[in-house]
Design a binder for this molecule. Structure first.
Ligand code: SAM
Length: 201
């Protein structure tokens, strides 16, 4: 069986490539490689999520499981004066995301290595953005959802995307369980973008 995209130290032979795209009216260049998620082209779910994002200036944002950095880098561009932390367990993804932050001239983002919320322990955000590692298993995805409220400010939002055929509806139910309610904010290409808001206590 081939190597999984969430291996901490991918061993697959390097296949460096560059993707040039326009997203939300901004031009981006992303360096990719073998051994990271969707290295050949930007994932359709990722595209749908960044199209749906409602992000304002001066917001604190985490991109959990950033891969080569598309979601967090676009979010940083959308939040002037804000700050984005991108995280991943895959060292090759972390290195690429760092290069992509620099290559796109993004000054308001940083990349941290580590699992789940460990790299942002003690921090709370306006937005948690996540195209979750479904293949890493239900336990990992459940922890991303269950621990999200602790890492959100009041009114903060968890945004996720999943394939309808890979359990988007059950993911929405798990988000609703953690937050009280969760909504579908966009659909397309067999994916759903889901959002849950942390209400005031
Ligand atoms: C579906 S991919 C999405 C990547 C990127 N956000 C994108 O949209 O292209 C999920 C990412 O989560 C990472 N991941 C897997 N397990 C993780 C964990 N325990 N903590 C943090 N990231 C993890 C994987 O390495 C992978 O890069």
């Amino acid at each position: 069986m081939g190597e999984q995209y969430f291996a901490a130290r991918p061993k697959s032979r390097r296949r460096p490539a560059e993707i040039e795209v326009e997203v939300r009216g901004h031009a981006f260049t992303f360096r990719t490689d073998a051994g990271v998620f969707s290295g050949g082209e930007i994932d359709r779910g990722t595209e749908l999520l960044v199209d749906a994002l409602e992000i304002g200036p001066c917001e604190l944002i985490v991109d959990l499981g950033c891969g080569y950095g598309v979601i967090g880098i676009v979010a940083a561009r959308l939040s002037e004066g804000g700050h984005v932390i991108l995280t991943d367990v895959n060292e090759r993804a972390v290195a690429l995301a760092r290069k992509n932050v620099a290559a796109n001239g993004v000054a308001n983002a940083e990349v941290r290595s580590g699992s789940l919320y460990e790299p942002v322990a003690g921090l709370a955000f306006d937005h948690i953005l996540c195209n979750p590692p479904i293949r890493a298993g239900r336990g990992v995805v459940d922890r991303i959802v269950a621990e999200a409220p602790t890492h959100l400010l009041e009114g903060g939002r968890l945004w996720m995307v999943a394939r309808t055929r890979q359990g988007a509806d059950s993911l929405r139910q798990r988000m609703a369980h953690a937050f009280g309610t969760a909504e579908i904010v966009k659909r397309g290409s067999g994916f759903k973008v889901l959002r849950a808001t942390k209400e005031a206590a």
